[in-house]
Ligand binder design. Structure first.
Ligand code: ZN
Length: 208
């Protein structure tokens, strides 16, 4: 029975927190996936639960991301939570005194310092929850996300539904012609697709 409990602790970060509230290091959780996969909703859900547990929570997003609202992390279902826009990842270190939990949304738009910043926060006893796009519109790993996923204790990959065939979608397909990597458009500018439909729409037939 003891070994079974230990396995459960590794699988569920909330269990670690519950069972070992003092003298612990922090850790890193990553929530990743395509657009429309519910990443931000899951981030907000975890942060609200942390607040219910009387944890002091701070939320950051890159200042570049102003699609919906300057101050709030806003998800597509209009669930929202107060956040602070920051110009660079290192700014987060200056704004996290006496914090138990740090939430970071749209992590793919941060600079390459973000993994080191998150590592420092976790080593200082802070639970770090990161949400971001794991791939860009070309299907390539996005910004600091690969490093964050490698360093995290826990990675959750969430999926959207393919707009073509209804399968699970992991790609974000851009519907308008624009070669800029960062194009903060309206939701109509993108659609989630599965591997097969993504390859077809990009004229790269899926290998047999
Ligand atoms: Zn599909």
């Amino acid at each position: 029975m003891i070994s079974a409990i230990k396995i459960q602790n590794i699988d569920d970060p909330m269990q670690i927190e519950k069972n070992n509230p003092i003298n612990r290091l922090g850790w890193i959780e990553v929530i990743c996936g395509s657009m429309f996969s519910g990443k931000t909703e899951e981030l907000i859900r975890r942060l609200k639960r942390a607040r219910i547990a009387r944890q002091k929570v701070e939320i950051f997003k890159p200042a570049i991301d102003t699609r919906f609202d300057d101050q709030n992390v806003v998800s597509h279902d209009e669930n929202s939570i107060q956040s602070t826009p920051v110009e660079s990842a290192s700014q987060i270190l200056l704004l996290t005194n006496d914090v138990n939990v740090v939430g970071i949304d749209e992590a793919q738009f941060f600079d390459d310092e973000l993994p080191a910043v998150c590592n420092t926060l976790a080593c200082n006893g802070i639970r770090v929850i990161i949400a971001g796009l794991d791939m860009d519109y070309l299907g390539k790993p996005f910004g600091p996300m690969p490093s964050l996923m490698a360093m995290a204790e826990d990675v959750t990959k969430v999926h959207a539904i393919c707009m073509e065939c209804g399968d699970l979608a992991q790609y974000t397909h851009r519907l308008v012609k624009d070669d800029h990597l960062v194009m903060l458009g309206e939701t109509e500018s993108y659609e989630p697709l599965c591997r097969r439909c993504f390859l077809e729409k990009n004229q790269r037939p899926c290998a047999p």
